[in-house]
Design a protein around this ligand. Structure first.
Ligand SMILES: [Zn+2]
Length: 97
């Protein structure tokens, strides 16, 4: 298994990667990698800078490849769920609204 995207680039835009509680309290946790205060959270929910995580992945290509594979799974499933031309009105878009 080899990484597709190199060097590692993380998308931490989802709100799950931001510690709103620590931000409100002014008490950011210590980054697990560099130990400096961080309001960013890793995928596991522990304080971690994005650049630190990317640097860590760069030193652990196998872990990055595994992360990529896991991350891309939902996208693959979504692509398979695309409506067929023969079924133009299946209610998918009504539900999304
Ligand atoms: Zn850090």
């Amino acid at each position: 298994m080899s990484p597709r995207i190199w060097p590692p680039v993380l998308n931490w835009k989802p709100s799950t990667h931001w510690d709103y509680e620590a931000e409100a309290n002014g008490t950011p946790g210590a980054c697990v990698l560099c130990g400096k205060p961080s309001l960013l959270l890793s995928t596991d929910g522990v304080p971690c800078h994005k650049v630190c995580a990317e640097g860590w992945f760069e030193q652990h290509p196998q872990a990055w490849a595994a992360y990529e594979a896991q991350r891309d799974q939902p996208k693959t499933a979504a692509r398979m769920a695309v409506p067929q031309a023969s079924d133009p009105d299946n209610g998918l878009f009504d539900q999304a609204a």
